[in-house]
Design a protein around this ligand. Structure first.
Ligand SMILES: [Zn+2]
Length: 116
């Protein structure tokens, strides 16, 4: 499973390689990576005023989320795992989706958990 997520993330053509796995009662529902594809629902305005709509890995799977699901977010680096804590924008969508449990990788290669 993580192999598939890693493959998806490392071949995404982006400078950052993130993958998100949506689970329901332990079963994998959807795997997504961050992409350069855009989505108007997930726009953000940067400090210089430009608008960008790149899809974060979390956003790619949140469309399929149901209340009570678990979300795992991982970031792959040449040397291993890296910090994949969801940004505040993604956290807002995660909360709205009813997800109760988020796990994400850290630069030390371990997982951290957020209970919502
Ligand atoms: Zn995000």
């Amino acid at each position: 499973m993580y192999y598939k997520a890693k493959k998806l993330a490392t071949e995404n053509g982006r400078p950052y390689h993130l993958a998100a796995i949506l689970r329901r009662r332990g079963k994998v529902i959807k795997i997504g990576a961050n992409t350069s594809k855009t989505h108007p629902r997930f726009g953000r305005v940067y400090e210089d005023g430009t608008k960008k709509y790149h899809m974060h890995a979390e956003m790619n799977v949140l469309r399929f989320a149901q209340a009570g699901d678990t979300l795992e977010v991982m970031r792959f680096h040449k040397t291993g795992l890296a910090m994949a804590k969801p940004c505040h924008l993604c956290m807002g969508h995660i909360k709205n989706s009813g997800i109760k449990h988020v796990r994400y990788t850290t630069e030390s290669g371990t997982w951290k958990e957020i209970r919502i």
